[in-house]
Design a protein. Structure first.
Length: 169
């Protein structure tokens, strides 16, 4: 493979040494000197500017444009809110349905537990035990009063008279 240097040597090899271009001799001090930095010769003068007394001139067109932009952005926000309102309300309704289902499940479990407790408390064996503890006795057949539906007003009076006579004894 030929390198770039070999290609140049081919062209220069056919010429005599006097025709070859000469490199000018350098000063040995210049060989160690650094190159100049870019824009080293540019000098920036900073002048302090005081704009405290400058008053801005009002522009009615820019004021109108600002209010139009505010109105347009508010209109877009209202439109987006109206468009998204049904989907948000259905999402919230879904959450509400799920909470109601969970509450229903909890209430059904609680109801079943209360019904179990009620059946335990109202069992005939428990009622007999409570009657014995509180010394309940069955009434005698003479103390039992059977009510008829025909004598409505007189029956209450008869019961009241019968109850007061028993209390006196």
């Amino acid at each position: 493979m030929a390198t770039l240097a070999q290609i140049f040597d081919r062209f220069g090899a056919n010429r005599p040494a006097e025709e070859m271009p000469r490199v000018p001799a350098r000063n040995p001090i210049e060989a160690y000197r650094l190159r100049a930095l870019p824009n080293e010769d540019v000098y920036l003068f900073v002048k302090k500017i005081d704009n405290s007394r400058v008053v801005r001139e009002s522009d009615p067109k820019s004021r109108r444009a600002c209010w139009r932009a505010i109105g347009a952005s508010c209109g877009i926000a209202v439109t987006i809110t109206i468009v998204l309102l049904p989907s948000v309300s259905s999402l919230l309704a879904g959450y509400r349905i799920e909470t109601l289902r969970a509450e229903r499940q909890h209430l059904q479990v609680e109801r079943a537990a209360l019904e179990l407790e009620e059946t335990k408390l109202l069992s005939p064996a428990r009622l007999e035990e409570l009657a014995r503890m509180q010394q309940f006795v069955d009434p005698s057949p003479q103390k039992v009063i059977y009510l008829d539906g025909s004598t409505q007003g007189t029956m209450a009076k008869a019961l009241n008279v019968h109850a007061t006579s028993e209390m006196k004894q």
